[in-house]
Design a protein around this ligand. Sequence first.
Ligand SMILES: Cc1ncc(COP(=O)(O)O)c(C=O)c1O
Length: 396
Amino acid sequence: MNNRQLFLQHVAQTSDAPLALEMKEAKGMYIYGVDGKEYLDMIAGISVCNVGHCHPDVVKAIQGQAASYMHLIVYGEFIQSPQVAYATYLSNLLPNPLNCVYFTNSGSEATEGAMKLAKRYTGRHEIIAFKNSYHGSTQGSLSIMGDEYWRNAYRPLLPGIHHLDYNAFEALEAINHKTACVIAESVQAEAGVKAPSKDWMQALRKRCDETGTLLILDEIQCGFGRNGTLWAFEQYGIVPDVLLLGKALGAGMPMGAFIADKEIMWSLTNQPVLGHITTFGGHPVACAAGLAGAKALIEGKYIDAVNSKKELLLKHLKHPAIKDIRAVGLMVAVEFESFNLNKKVIDQCIADGLITDWFLFAANCLRLVPPLIISEDEIMKACSIITKAIDKVLTP
Ligand SMILES: Cc1ncc(COP(=O)(O)O)c(C=O)c1O
């Protein structure tokens, strides 16, 4: 059997039509197939590789840390310098009171940890989330997912969860003194890039303050520079009580985090002790990689260029078949009239050497979330491949 057959036979599948491209290596903006074909990566492993694939500083950090030590013990017991260094670095980049980092294995685990933290800290159990939100695929994060089609098969899910309309002022009345936390994406990603208004975000913050409810902002996909500022919440002039990070946090290594004030985080330490347990969370190699990636992103001033790159992309990505384009920084949804057309364009783009895909709750939208290191030439190249792909699939 060849690798493709072995993949289909022995690697658990999540759909009956995986892309099944066999890749050999990846560098910067490009991924290379075993057949030598070059692909321009316009989705960065779904908002993960903000500094591109195999950034030399990240590779060096991984090699150095792997040679010193890898797994030593479950999370939280030993002082591990890569963990301390990354948590300190993040705390220094965050506004008060976000000063204490719990590292996890994934974004979903960060969501789980934050939901548990809110229950413990407030002594309440009701949670409010929003329609069309995505916070992960475990049962807790599925319970707060804002789409019945995707969560229905797993009922019964957690009780006490309410889903409100996102960006709707009247919905905020539902937040009350029984609500442990409100969890919202700073920009809804899987909904097809939907940003709330600044006024609404400020009203949400105010309502949480009035009711003693923790505000959890999920920046697992939209954070870490993708929206044009290091933290997406900066654009609303608010600070959450708990911040969720993942994806780009590990610069290509598996990693998530929930971050809060030390005083709030302290509630995981007693009655019962070990309020959230993880064996591999905060793995030293992932922390070393994440820190190197974060430094490369910030010191390379890539975030400063995000909005001008967005403008360039919007200027050149024009076609009559495109119904709408929503972009917040380099998080872009290109809307077509149907999933059918979108899927044909995606397949054509891939055939023509550009990696893209669709959104979970917006299947008629093509996803563009490239590494933030993308150059102006590569943006022009991407626009050209996409518009030509649309022409090709529309040509009878
Ligand atoms: C906004 C958001 N939250 C949470 C998650 C879950 O992260 P992970 O897949 O690392 O568990 C994702 C993943 O796509 C996400 O986009």
